[in-house]
Design a protein around this ligand. Structure first.
Ligand code: FEO
Ligand code: CA
Ligand code: CA
Ligand code: CA
Length: 598
Protein backbone atom coordinates (compact mmCIF):
# COMPACT_ATOMS: atom_id res chain seq x y z
CA UNK A 1 0.00 0.00 0.00
CA UNK A 2 2.94 2.32 0.61
CA UNK A 3 4.15 1.86 -2.97
CA UNK A 4 3.52 4.97 -4.99
CA UNK A 5 2.90 7.08 -1.90
CA UNK A 6 3.80 10.68 -2.59
CA UNK A 7 5.86 12.80 -0.27
CA UNK A 8 9.32 14.09 0.43
CA UNK A 9 12.03 11.44 0.50
CA UNK A 10 11.74 9.73 3.89
CA UNK A 11 8.04 10.62 4.17
CA UNK A 12 6.53 8.41 1.46
CA UNK A 13 4.06 6.44 3.55
CA UNK A 14 0.26 6.44 3.78
CA UNK A 15 -0.48 8.72 6.73
CA UNK A 16 -2.16 7.19 9.77
CA UNK A 17 -5.56 8.77 10.38
CA UNK A 18 -6.40 10.31 13.75
CA UNK A 19 -7.91 7.59 15.96
CA UNK A 20 -8.50 6.42 19.52
CA UNK A 21 -7.36 2.79 19.25
CA UNK A 22 -5.72 1.29 22.34
CA UNK A 23 -2.75 0.34 20.20
CA UNK A 24 0.28 1.65 18.39
CA UNK A 25 -1.18 2.22 14.92
CA UNK A 26 1.37 2.37 12.09
CA UNK A 27 1.15 2.84 8.29
CA UNK A 28 0.19 -0.03 5.99
CA UNK A 29 3.22 -2.08 5.03
CA UNK A 30 5.02 -1.48 8.33
CA UNK A 31 5.65 -3.83 11.28
CA UNK A 32 6.39 -3.24 14.97
CA UNK A 33 7.62 -4.92 18.12
CA UNK A 34 7.80 -4.02 21.80
CA UNK A 35 11.51 -3.67 22.55
CA UNK A 36 11.33 -3.44 26.33
CA UNK A 37 8.61 -2.80 28.92
CA UNK A 38 8.53 -1.38 32.41
CA UNK A 39 9.72 -4.07 34.83
CA UNK A 40 11.68 -6.29 32.46
CA UNK A 41 14.82 -7.47 34.25
CA UNK A 42 17.98 -5.97 32.76
CA UNK A 43 20.61 -6.43 35.50
CA UNK A 44 22.14 -9.69 36.63
CA UNK A 45 20.08 -11.19 39.44
CA UNK A 46 16.96 -9.11 38.79
CA UNK A 47 13.76 -11.20 38.96
CA UNK A 48 11.08 -11.48 36.29
CA UNK A 49 8.38 -8.79 36.51
CA UNK A 50 5.63 -9.64 38.96
CA UNK A 51 3.40 -6.60 39.48
CA UNK A 52 1.49 -8.27 42.32
CA UNK A 53 4.70 -8.80 44.31
CA UNK A 54 6.89 -5.91 43.23
CA UNK A 55 9.77 -4.83 45.49
CA UNK A 56 12.23 -1.94 45.44
CA UNK A 57 15.13 -4.37 45.12
CA UNK A 58 13.52 -6.00 42.07
CA UNK A 59 12.69 -2.64 40.47
CA UNK A 60 16.28 -1.45 40.90
CA UNK A 61 17.38 -4.19 38.49
CA UNK A 62 14.47 -3.79 36.07
CA UNK A 63 13.61 -1.29 33.33
CA UNK A 64 12.03 1.78 34.96
CA UNK A 65 8.63 3.41 34.55
CA UNK A 66 7.47 6.02 32.03
CA UNK A 67 10.17 5.88 29.38
CA UNK A 68 10.74 9.25 27.71
CA UNK A 69 14.03 10.24 26.01
CA UNK A 70 15.77 7.51 24.01
CA UNK A 71 19.31 7.28 22.66
CA UNK A 72 20.62 4.39 20.60
CA UNK A 73 24.42 4.33 20.66
CA UNK A 74 26.98 2.27 18.77
CA UNK A 75 28.55 -0.74 20.46
CA UNK A 76 31.82 -1.38 18.62
CA UNK A 77 32.84 -5.01 18.39
CA UNK A 78 29.39 -6.43 19.12
CA UNK A 79 27.65 -7.31 15.87
CA UNK A 80 24.10 -6.02 15.45
CA UNK A 81 24.05 -4.76 19.03
CA UNK A 82 23.54 -1.18 20.22
CA UNK A 83 23.25 0.50 23.59
CA UNK A 84 19.81 1.93 24.38
CA UNK A 85 19.63 4.70 27.00
CA UNK A 86 16.17 5.66 28.27
CA UNK A 87 14.82 8.23 30.71
CA UNK A 88 12.21 7.23 33.27
CA UNK A 89 10.47 10.51 33.89
CA UNK A 90 8.01 9.78 36.70
CA UNK A 91 5.82 7.15 38.31
CA UNK A 92 2.04 6.60 38.12
CA UNK A 93 1.47 4.85 41.45
CA UNK A 94 -2.27 4.37 40.87
CA UNK A 95 -1.44 2.36 37.70
CA UNK A 96 1.48 0.49 39.31
CA UNK A 97 0.06 -0.78 42.61
CA UNK A 98 -3.18 -2.69 43.11
CA UNK A 99 -5.22 -1.04 45.87
CA UNK A 100 -2.93 2.01 46.03
CA UNK A 101 -3.97 4.35 48.86
CA UNK A 102 -2.77 7.78 47.79
CA UNK A 103 -3.24 9.18 51.30
CA UNK A 104 -1.19 6.42 52.92
CA UNK A 105 1.49 5.10 50.59
CA UNK A 106 3.79 2.52 52.17
CA UNK A 107 7.56 2.94 52.48
CA UNK A 108 8.02 0.01 50.09
CA UNK A 109 5.82 1.72 47.49
CA UNK A 110 7.84 4.94 47.82
CA UNK A 111 11.09 3.01 47.47
CA UNK A 112 9.77 1.14 44.41
CA UNK A 113 8.93 4.51 42.88
CA UNK A 114 12.45 5.83 43.65
CA UNK A 115 13.87 2.78 41.87
CA UNK A 116 11.47 3.21 38.93
CA UNK A 117 12.69 6.79 38.29
CA UNK A 118 15.98 7.72 36.62
CA UNK A 119 17.67 6.16 33.62
CA UNK A 120 18.25 2.75 32.10
CA UNK A 121 21.10 1.65 29.90
CA UNK A 122 20.35 -1.65 28.19
CA UNK A 123 22.01 -3.39 25.29
CA UNK A 124 19.63 -4.25 22.46
CA UNK A 125 20.09 -6.64 19.61
CA UNK A 126 18.81 -6.08 16.07
CA UNK A 127 17.59 -8.59 13.55
CA UNK A 128 19.44 -7.76 10.33
CA UNK A 129 16.44 -8.60 8.10
CA UNK A 130 13.95 -6.41 9.97
CA UNK A 131 13.96 -3.49 12.35
CA UNK A 132 13.02 -5.70 15.27
CA UNK A 133 15.01 -4.96 18.44
CA UNK A 134 15.17 -7.06 21.59
CA UNK A 135 16.82 -6.38 24.93
CA UNK A 136 19.93 -8.28 26.01
CA UNK A 137 19.53 -8.81 29.77
CA UNK A 138 22.56 -9.11 32.05
CA UNK A 139 24.97 -7.39 29.61
CA UNK A 140 27.87 -5.82 31.52
CA UNK A 141 26.95 -2.35 30.22
CA UNK A 142 23.34 -2.61 31.39
CA UNK A 143 22.78 -0.17 34.21
CA UNK A 144 20.08 1.47 36.28
CA UNK A 145 20.39 4.97 37.67
CA UNK A 146 17.61 5.81 40.14
CA UNK A 147 16.43 8.45 42.61
CA UNK A 148 19.11 7.21 45.04
CA UNK A 149 22.17 6.77 42.77
CA UNK A 150 25.13 8.99 43.66
CA UNK A 151 25.66 12.00 41.35
CA UNK A 152 28.36 14.65 41.23
CA UNK A 153 27.42 18.34 40.97
CA UNK A 154 29.87 20.01 38.62
CA UNK A 155 30.44 23.45 37.13
CA UNK A 156 30.39 26.93 38.63
CA UNK A 157 27.79 26.49 41.39
CA UNK A 158 29.10 23.13 42.65
CA UNK A 159 30.21 23.53 46.26
CA UNK A 160 28.31 26.78 46.76
CA UNK A 161 26.47 27.40 50.01
CA UNK A 162 23.17 27.19 48.12
CA UNK A 163 23.86 23.51 47.41
CA UNK A 164 25.03 22.34 50.85
CA UNK A 165 22.81 20.07 52.94
CA UNK A 166 23.12 18.27 56.25
CA UNK A 167 23.88 15.04 54.38
CA UNK A 168 26.35 16.75 52.02
CA UNK A 169 28.28 19.65 53.55
CA UNK A 170 30.45 19.78 50.38
CA UNK A 171 27.55 20.81 48.11
CA UNK A 172 28.94 18.49 45.45
CA UNK A 173 27.30 15.09 45.99
CA UNK A 174 23.60 14.42 45.34
CA UNK A 175 21.58 11.26 45.54
CA UNK A 176 19.50 10.63 42.48
CA UNK A 177 17.87 12.26 39.51
CA UNK A 178 14.16 13.00 39.13
CA UNK A 179 11.74 13.69 36.32
CA UNK A 180 14.17 13.12 33.47
CA UNK A 181 12.10 14.15 30.50
CA UNK A 182 13.85 14.42 27.17
CA UNK A 183 17.55 14.77 26.50
CA UNK A 184 20.25 14.63 23.89
CA UNK A 185 23.23 12.65 22.70
CA UNK A 186 26.61 14.42 22.71
CA UNK A 187 29.18 14.21 19.90
CA UNK A 188 31.60 12.82 22.51
CA UNK A 189 29.51 9.73 23.25
CA UNK A 190 27.57 10.60 26.38
CA UNK A 191 23.90 11.37 26.94
CA UNK A 192 22.22 14.43 28.43
CA UNK A 193 18.98 14.27 30.41
CA UNK A 194 16.76 17.17 31.46
CA UNK A 195 15.45 17.16 35.04
CA UNK A 196 12.05 18.68 34.39
CA UNK A 197 9.16 18.90 36.91
CA UNK A 198 11.31 18.33 40.01
CA UNK A 199 9.07 20.68 42.00
CA UNK A 200 6.45 17.95 42.51
CA UNK A 201 8.72 15.91 44.80
CA UNK A 202 9.37 18.64 47.39
CA UNK A 203 7.02 19.61 50.22
CA UNK A 204 6.47 22.44 52.68
CA UNK A 205 8.24 25.40 51.12
CA UNK A 206 7.60 29.02 51.99
CA UNK A 207 10.36 30.75 49.99
CA UNK A 208 9.72 33.08 47.06
CA UNK A 209 12.49 31.45 45.00
CA UNK A 210 10.76 28.07 45.39
CA UNK A 211 7.42 29.58 44.44
CA UNK A 212 8.90 30.71 41.11
CA UNK A 213 9.68 27.03 40.49
CA UNK A 214 6.22 25.79 41.48
CA UNK A 215 7.31 24.11 44.72
CA UNK A 216 4.29 23.76 46.95
CA UNK A 217 3.59 24.91 50.47
CA UNK A 218 2.05 21.63 51.63
CA UNK A 219 2.47 17.88 51.28
CA UNK A 220 3.39 16.36 47.93
CA UNK A 221 1.15 13.99 46.02
CA UNK A 222 3.50 11.02 46.53
CA UNK A 223 4.26 11.90 50.19
CA UNK A 224 7.93 10.98 49.88
CA UNK A 225 8.74 13.58 52.53
CA UNK A 226 7.36 11.07 55.07
CA UNK A 227 10.09 8.60 54.16
CA UNK A 228 13.10 10.86 53.53
CA UNK A 229 13.34 14.32 55.09
CA UNK A 230 15.37 15.63 52.17
CA UNK A 231 12.07 15.97 50.31
CA UNK A 232 10.79 18.28 53.06
CA UNK A 233 12.01 21.81 52.29
CA UNK A 234 11.17 22.94 55.83
CA UNK A 235 13.68 20.41 57.20
CA UNK A 236 16.29 20.36 54.42
CA UNK A 237 16.03 23.69 52.59
CA UNK A 238 18.82 23.24 50.03
CA UNK A 239 18.06 19.74 48.74
CA UNK A 240 15.59 21.17 46.22
CA UNK A 241 18.41 23.36 44.82
CA UNK A 242 20.17 20.18 43.74
CA UNK A 243 17.48 19.15 41.23
CA UNK A 244 16.46 20.86 38.00
CA UNK A 245 19.73 20.43 36.12
CA UNK A 246 20.96 18.85 32.93
CA UNK A 247 22.42 15.46 33.79
CA UNK A 248 25.30 13.93 31.83
CA UNK A 249 25.67 10.15 31.77
CA UNK A 250 28.54 8.08 30.37
CA UNK A 251 26.86 4.86 29.31
CA UNK A 252 30.13 3.23 28.21
CA UNK A 253 31.56 3.26 31.73
CA UNK A 254 29.27 1.32 34.07
CA UNK A 255 31.25 2.57 37.09
CA UNK A 256 31.00 6.27 36.16
CA UNK A 257 29.35 8.76 38.49
CA UNK A 258 26.76 10.73 36.51
CA UNK A 259 26.97 14.53 36.70
CA UNK A 260 24.62 17.44 37.15
CA UNK A 261 25.86 20.46 35.21
CA UNK A 262 25.21 23.71 37.07
CA UNK A 263 26.58 25.80 34.16
CA UNK A 264 23.44 25.00 32.13
CA UNK A 265 21.24 26.58 34.78
CA UNK A 266 18.45 25.30 36.98
CA UNK A 267 14.89 25.20 35.72
CA UNK A 268 12.42 22.64 34.36
CA UNK A 269 14.76 21.39 31.66
CA UNK A 270 12.74 19.63 29.02
CA UNK A 271 15.83 18.43 27.18
CA UNK A 272 19.33 19.46 26.12
CA UNK A 273 20.61 19.14 22.58
CA UNK A 274 24.20 19.69 21.52
CA UNK A 275 25.90 20.93 18.39
CA UNK A 276 29.48 22.09 17.88
CA UNK A 277 30.88 25.44 16.78
CA UNK A 278 33.19 25.37 13.77
CA UNK A 279 36.15 25.31 16.17
CA UNK A 280 34.72 22.36 18.12
CA UNK A 281 33.11 23.94 21.19
CA UNK A 282 29.77 22.64 22.48
CA UNK A 283 26.58 24.67 22.11
CA UNK A 284 23.58 23.35 24.05
CA UNK A 285 19.95 24.40 23.55
CA UNK A 286 17.55 23.79 26.41
CA UNK A 287 13.93 24.82 27.05
CA UNK A 288 12.12 25.47 30.33
CA UNK A 289 8.76 23.73 30.00
CA UNK A 290 6.39 26.06 31.79
CA UNK A 291 3.76 28.47 30.54
CA UNK A 292 5.42 31.86 30.00
CA UNK A 293 8.95 30.56 30.56
CA UNK A 294 12.10 30.85 28.51
CA UNK A 295 14.51 28.95 26.31
CA UNK A 296 18.26 29.05 26.72
CA UNK A 297 21.59 28.41 25.02
CA UNK A 298 24.93 27.50 26.56
CA UNK A 299 28.12 28.18 24.57
CA UNK A 300 31.13 26.29 25.88
CA UNK A 301 34.64 27.71 25.83
CA UNK A 302 36.60 24.46 25.63
CA UNK A 303 37.06 22.39 22.47
CA UNK A 304 36.04 18.79 22.19
CA UNK A 305 38.88 16.31 21.76
CA UNK A 306 38.46 13.69 19.06
CA UNK A 307 40.96 11.13 20.37
CA UNK A 308 39.60 8.16 22.25
CA UNK A 309 42.03 8.08 25.17
CA UNK A 310 40.83 8.07 28.75
CA UNK A 311 42.27 11.60 29.16
CA UNK A 312 40.35 12.80 26.08
CA UNK A 313 37.15 11.29 27.43
CA UNK A 314 37.68 12.88 30.83
CA UNK A 315 38.35 16.24 29.14
CA UNK A 316 35.14 15.97 27.11
CA UNK A 317 33.16 15.25 30.28
CA UNK A 318 34.24 18.71 31.52
CA UNK A 319 33.14 20.58 28.36
CA UNK A 320 29.87 21.71 29.89
CA UNK A 321 31.55 23.21 32.97
CA UNK A 322 32.95 26.34 31.31
CA UNK A 323 31.16 28.79 29.05
CA UNK A 324 28.33 31.31 28.94
CA UNK A 325 24.65 30.70 29.57
CA UNK A 326 22.23 32.84 27.50
CA UNK A 327 18.47 33.30 27.45
CA UNK A 328 16.41 34.19 24.36
CA UNK A 329 14.65 37.49 23.70
CA UNK A 330 12.52 37.68 20.54
CA UNK A 331 11.15 40.74 18.75
CA UNK A 332 8.49 40.53 16.04
CA UNK A 333 8.80 42.58 12.85
CA UNK A 334 5.08 43.22 12.33
CA UNK A 335 3.19 46.07 14.02
CA UNK A 336 1.70 45.02 17.36
CA UNK A 337 -1.75 45.89 16.00
CA UNK A 338 -1.32 43.07 13.44
CA UNK A 339 -1.13 40.46 16.24
CA UNK A 340 -4.68 40.15 17.53
CA UNK A 341 -4.31 36.81 19.38
CA UNK A 342 -6.46 34.91 16.87
CA UNK A 343 -3.55 33.40 14.97
CA UNK A 344 -4.42 35.38 11.81
CA UNK A 345 -1.23 35.97 9.81
CA UNK A 346 0.04 39.57 9.96
CA UNK A 347 0.09 41.73 6.85
CA UNK A 348 3.66 40.70 5.94
CA UNK A 349 2.41 37.08 5.73
CA UNK A 350 4.60 35.63 8.46
CA UNK A 351 5.05 35.45 12.19
CA UNK A 352 8.73 36.36 12.22
CA UNK A 353 11.37 38.70 13.53
CA UNK A 354 14.78 38.94 15.14
CA UNK A 355 16.21 37.84 18.44
CA UNK A 356 19.13 38.08 20.78
CA UNK A 357 20.79 35.71 23.19
CA UNK A 358 21.19 37.66 26.43
CA UNK A 359 24.17 36.54 28.54
CA UNK A 360 23.31 35.56 32.12
CA UNK A 361 26.62 34.33 33.54
CA UNK A 362 30.00 33.04 32.38
CA UNK A 363 31.89 30.19 34.03
CA UNK A 364 35.67 29.92 33.63
CA UNK A 365 38.38 27.75 35.16
CA UNK A 366 39.01 30.57 37.66
CA UNK A 367 35.45 31.27 38.77
CA UNK A 368 32.23 32.64 37.41
CA UNK A 369 30.88 36.12 36.70
CA UNK A 370 27.27 37.20 36.64
CA UNK A 371 25.93 39.45 33.88
CA UNK A 372 22.69 40.08 35.78
CA UNK A 373 22.43 43.13 38.04
CA UNK A 374 21.69 42.18 41.63
CA UNK A 375 22.48 38.47 41.29
CA UNK A 376 25.70 36.62 42.00
CA UNK A 377 26.90 33.98 39.52
CA UNK A 378 25.87 31.22 41.96
CA UNK A 379 22.41 32.74 42.15
CA UNK A 380 22.14 32.93 38.35
CA UNK A 381 23.02 29.24 38.00
CA UNK A 382 20.71 28.08 40.83
CA UNK A 383 17.81 30.55 40.38
CA UNK A 384 18.05 30.82 36.61
CA UNK A 385 14.36 31.60 36.12
CA UNK A 386 14.80 34.74 38.23
CA UNK A 387 17.77 35.78 36.10
CA UNK A 388 15.64 35.39 32.97
CA UNK A 389 12.93 37.52 34.59
CA UNK A 390 15.42 40.29 35.39
CA UNK A 391 16.86 40.58 31.87
CA UNK A 392 13.47 40.61 30.15
CA UNK A 393 13.62 37.29 28.31
CA UNK A 394 10.62 36.42 26.11
CA UNK A 395 7.82 34.50 27.81
CA UNK A 396 7.06 31.54 25.56
CA UNK A 397 4.21 29.01 25.25
CA UNK A 398 5.98 26.17 27.12
CA UNK A 399 9.34 25.55 25.40
CA UNK A 400 9.83 21.81 25.07
CA UNK A 401 12.38 20.03 22.90
CA UNK A 402 14.80 22.03 20.72
CA UNK A 403 16.68 20.49 17.81
CA UNK A 404 19.18 21.96 15.34
CA UNK A 405 18.94 20.50 11.83
CA UNK A 406 22.14 18.64 10.99
CA UNK A 407 21.50 19.58 7.33
CA UNK A 408 20.77 23.31 7.51
CA UNK A 409 21.79 24.43 11.01
CA UNK A 410 18.35 25.95 11.54
CA UNK A 411 17.04 25.29 15.05
CA UNK A 412 13.50 24.07 15.79
CA UNK A 413 11.84 24.94 19.10
CA UNK A 414 8.66 23.03 20.05
CA UNK A 415 6.20 25.19 22.01
CA UNK A 416 3.63 22.72 23.18
CA UNK A 417 0.67 24.94 24.22
CA UNK A 418 -0.36 27.66 26.67
CA UNK A 419 -4.05 27.97 27.38
CA UNK A 420 -3.30 30.88 29.74
CA UNK A 421 -1.87 33.11 27.00
CA UNK A 422 -3.88 36.30 26.91
CA UNK A 423 -5.81 35.64 30.11
CA UNK A 424 -6.32 38.58 32.47
CA UNK A 425 -3.07 39.23 34.33
CA UNK A 426 -1.01 37.13 31.89
CA UNK A 427 1.09 38.11 28.91
CA UNK A 428 -0.96 38.74 25.75
CA UNK A 429 -0.20 37.20 22.37
CA UNK A 430 2.95 38.45 20.64
CA UNK A 431 4.38 37.63 17.23
CA UNK A 432 6.38 34.65 18.55
CA UNK A 433 3.38 33.32 20.54
CA UNK A 434 0.55 34.64 18.40
CA UNK A 435 -2.52 32.80 19.70
CA UNK A 436 -4.35 33.55 22.89
CA UNK A 437 -5.60 30.44 24.76
CA UNK A 438 -3.10 28.45 22.68
CA UNK A 439 -4.41 24.86 22.90
CA UNK A 440 -2.42 23.28 20.11
CA UNK A 441 1.06 24.84 20.23
CA UNK A 442 3.51 25.83 17.52
CA UNK A 443 7.05 25.28 16.29
CA UNK A 444 9.56 28.09 15.89
CA UNK A 445 12.39 27.99 13.36
CA UNK A 446 15.48 29.90 14.46
CA UNK A 447 18.42 30.88 12.26
CA UNK A 448 21.61 31.82 14.10
CA UNK A 449 23.30 34.94 12.69
CA UNK A 450 25.84 34.09 9.98
CA UNK A 451 24.89 30.44 10.49
CA UNK A 452 27.19 30.27 13.50
CA UNK A 453 26.04 28.24 16.51
CA UNK A 454 27.71 30.66 18.95
CA UNK A 455 26.10 33.83 17.54
CA UNK A 456 24.39 36.15 19.98
CA UNK A 457 21.79 37.24 17.40
CA UNK A 458 19.30 35.24 15.37
CA UNK A 459 16.33 35.46 13.05
CA UNK A 460 13.16 33.46 13.60
CA UNK A 461 9.83 32.59 12.06
CA UNK A 462 7.01 30.23 12.99
CA UNK A 463 7.36 27.04 10.95
CA UNK A 464 4.15 25.42 12.15
CA UNK A 465 1.11 26.71 13.99
CA UNK A 466 -0.56 23.45 15.05
CA UNK A 467 -4.21 22.39 15.08
CA UNK A 468 -6.86 21.17 12.68
CA UNK A 469 -5.73 22.31 9.21
CA UNK A 470 -9.33 23.40 8.56
CA UNK A 471 -8.88 25.97 11.36
CA UNK A 472 -7.74 29.26 9.77
CA UNK A 473 -5.48 29.87 12.78
CA UNK A 474 -3.08 27.13 11.68
CA UNK A 475 -0.04 27.36 9.45
CA UNK A 476 2.09 24.62 7.89
CA UNK A 477 5.06 26.64 6.55
CA UNK A 478 2.81 27.78 3.71
CA UNK A 479 2.06 24.25 2.42
CA UNK A 480 -1.54 23.67 1.17
CA UNK A 481 -3.51 22.71 4.25
CA UNK A 482 -5.83 20.24 2.52
CA UNK A 483 -2.84 17.90 2.21
CA UNK A 484 -1.51 17.72 5.78
CA UNK A 485 -2.35 15.70 8.90
CA UNK A 486 -3.91 17.44 11.90
CA UNK A 487 -1.45 17.88 14.78
CA UNK A 488 -1.76 19.17 18.34
CA UNK A 489 0.74 19.78 21.17
CA UNK A 490 4.21 19.23 19.67
CA UNK A 491 6.66 18.06 22.33
CA UNK A 492 9.76 16.12 21.18
CA UNK A 493 11.47 16.80 17.87
CA UNK A 494 14.09 14.79 15.96
CA UNK A 495 15.63 14.72 12.47
CA UNK A 496 15.73 11.74 10.13
CA UNK A 497 18.73 11.08 7.84
CA UNK A 498 17.00 12.98 5.00
CA UNK A 499 16.60 16.20 7.00
CA UNK A 500 12.88 15.85 7.72
CA UNK A 501 11.69 16.97 11.13
CA UNK A 502 9.80 14.38 13.19
CA UNK A 503 7.48 15.62 15.89
CA UNK A 504 5.90 13.66 18.73
CA UNK A 505 2.91 15.01 20.59
CA UNK A 506 1.70 15.13 24.18
CA UNK A 507 -1.89 16.07 24.99
CA UNK A 508 -3.70 16.09 21.64
CA UNK A 509 -6.71 18.44 21.84
CA UNK A 510 -8.34 17.33 18.57
CA UNK A 511 -9.99 14.14 19.85
CA UNK A 512 -7.32 11.73 18.61
CA UNK A 513 -4.64 9.93 20.56
CA UNK A 514 -1.15 11.39 20.48
CA UNK A 515 1.26 10.42 17.78
CA UNK A 516 4.38 10.88 15.69
CA UNK A 517 4.55 13.03 12.56
CA UNK A 518 7.15 13.74 9.90
CA UNK A 519 7.44 17.02 8.00
CA UNK A 520 9.77 18.25 5.27
CA UNK A 521 11.71 21.39 6.23
CA UNK A 522 13.15 22.12 2.77
CA UNK A 523 12.13 22.06 -0.87
CA UNK A 524 8.72 22.42 -2.44
CA UNK A 525 7.20 20.00 0.07
CA UNK A 526 8.31 22.08 3.06
CA UNK A 527 5.44 22.02 5.54
CA UNK A 528 3.84 18.80 4.24
CA UNK A 529 3.16 17.11 7.57
CA UNK A 530 2.20 13.42 7.71
CA UNK A 531 1.23 11.29 10.67
CA UNK A 532 3.33 8.12 11.04
CA UNK A 533 1.81 6.53 14.13
CA UNK A 534 -0.56 6.93 17.03
CA UNK A 535 -0.13 5.62 20.59
CA UNK A 536 -2.53 3.79 22.97
CA UNK A 537 -5.14 5.32 25.28
CA UNK A 538 -3.77 7.87 27.72
CA UNK A 539 -0.22 7.76 26.33
CA UNK A 540 2.07 10.42 24.99
CA UNK A 541 4.63 9.76 22.27
CA UNK A 542 8.23 10.29 23.37
CA UNK A 543 11.84 9.79 22.46
CA UNK A 544 11.46 9.51 18.73
CA UNK A 545 14.53 8.25 16.91
CA UNK A 546 14.26 7.98 13.14
CA UNK A 547 16.98 6.03 11.37
CA UNK A 548 17.17 4.72 7.80
CA UNK A 549 15.39 1.48 8.58
CA UNK A 550 13.81 1.95 11.98
CA UNK A 551 11.65 4.31 13.98
CA UNK A 552 11.88 4.00 17.75
CA UNK A 553 9.33 5.57 20.11
CA UNK A 554 8.82 5.52 23.86
CA UNK A 555 5.15 5.05 24.73
CA UNK A 556 4.87 6.99 27.96
CA UNK A 557 2.07 6.74 30.56
CA UNK A 558 -0.37 4.52 28.60
CA UNK A 559 -3.62 4.23 30.54
CA UNK A 560 -3.12 7.56 32.35
CA UNK A 561 -6.73 8.69 32.28
CA UNK A 562 -8.66 10.37 35.12
CA UNK A 563 -10.21 7.72 37.37
CA UNK A 564 -8.16 4.82 35.97
CA UNK A 565 -6.35 2.42 38.30
CA UNK A 566 -4.96 -1.12 38.30
CA UNK A 567 -8.48 -2.33 39.08
CA UNK A 568 -10.12 -0.09 36.46
CA UNK A 569 -7.62 0.15 33.60
CA UNK A 570 -8.19 2.56 30.73
CA UNK A 571 -5.63 0.71 28.60
CA UNK A 572 -4.49 -2.91 28.39
CA UNK A 573 -1.51 -2.13 26.17
CA UNK A 574 0.85 -3.81 25.40
CA UNK A 575 0.04 -7.25 26.82
CA UNK A 576 -3.74 -7.42 26.44
CA UNK A 577 -6.78 -7.94 28.68
CA UNK A 578 -6.10 -8.98 32.26
CA UNK A 579 -2.53 -7.70 32.17
CA UNK A 580 -1.25 -4.53 33.82
CA UNK A 581 -0.66 -1.58 31.49
CA UNK A 582 3.06 -0.96 30.96
CA UNK A 583 5.00 1.94 29.45
CA UNK A 584 7.29 0.46 26.78
CA UNK A 585 9.62 1.19 23.87
CA UNK A 586 8.42 0.24 20.38
CA UNK A 587 10.39 -0.28 17.16
CA UNK A 588 8.73 0.16 13.74
CA UNK A 589 10.14 -0.91 10.39
CA UNK A 590 9.08 -1.67 6.84
CA UNK A 591 7.83 -5.17 6.12
CA UNK A 592 9.76 -5.30 2.83
CA UNK A 593 13.02 -4.41 4.57
CA UNK A 594 13.51 -1.13 2.69
CA UNK A 595 14.22 2.26 4.23
CA UNK A 596 11.52 4.19 6.08
CA UNK A 597 9.45 6.40 3.77
CA UNK A 598 11.40 6.12 0.54
FE1 FEO B 1 8.10 16.01 30.33
FE2 FEO B 1 7.73 18.90 29.00
O1 FEO B 1 7.48 17.13 28.96
CA1 CA C 1 5.99 39.40 10.57
CA1 CA D 1 8.29 16.12 26.93
CA1 CA E 1 5.05 17.46 27.39
Amino acid sequence: AHKGEKGARGLRFAPVAPNTEDAVTIPDGYRQNVVIRWGEPILRGAPAFDPENQSAAAQAGQFGYNNDFLALLPLPGERSRRLLVANHEYTDEILMFRGYDAENPTREQAEIAWAAHGLSAVVVEGDHRTGRLTAVPRHHLNRRVTATTEFRLTGPAAGSDLLKTSADPTGRKVLGTLNNCSGGTTPWGTTLHGEENFNQYFANSSRATDKRYGIGTGATERKWERFDKRFDVAQEPNEVHRFGYVVEFDPYDPTSTPRKHTALGRFKHEAATVRLTEDGRPVVYTGDDERFDYFYKFVGSKRMRRGGSRADREHNLSLLDEGTLYVARLTGDSPAADIDGSGKLPADGEFDGSGEWIPLATATAHGAVSHVDGMTADEVFVFTRLAGDKVGATKMDRPEDIQPSPHTGKVYVALTNNTNRGKAGSAPADEANPRNANKHGHILELTEARGRAESTRFGWSLFLVAGDPADPATYFAGFPKDRVSPISCPDNVAFDPHGNLWISTDGNQLGSHDGLFGVATRGDRRGELKQFLTVPTGAETCGPLVEDRRVLVAVQHPGEVDGASVEKPASVWPDGPGKIVRPAVVAVWRADGRDIGI
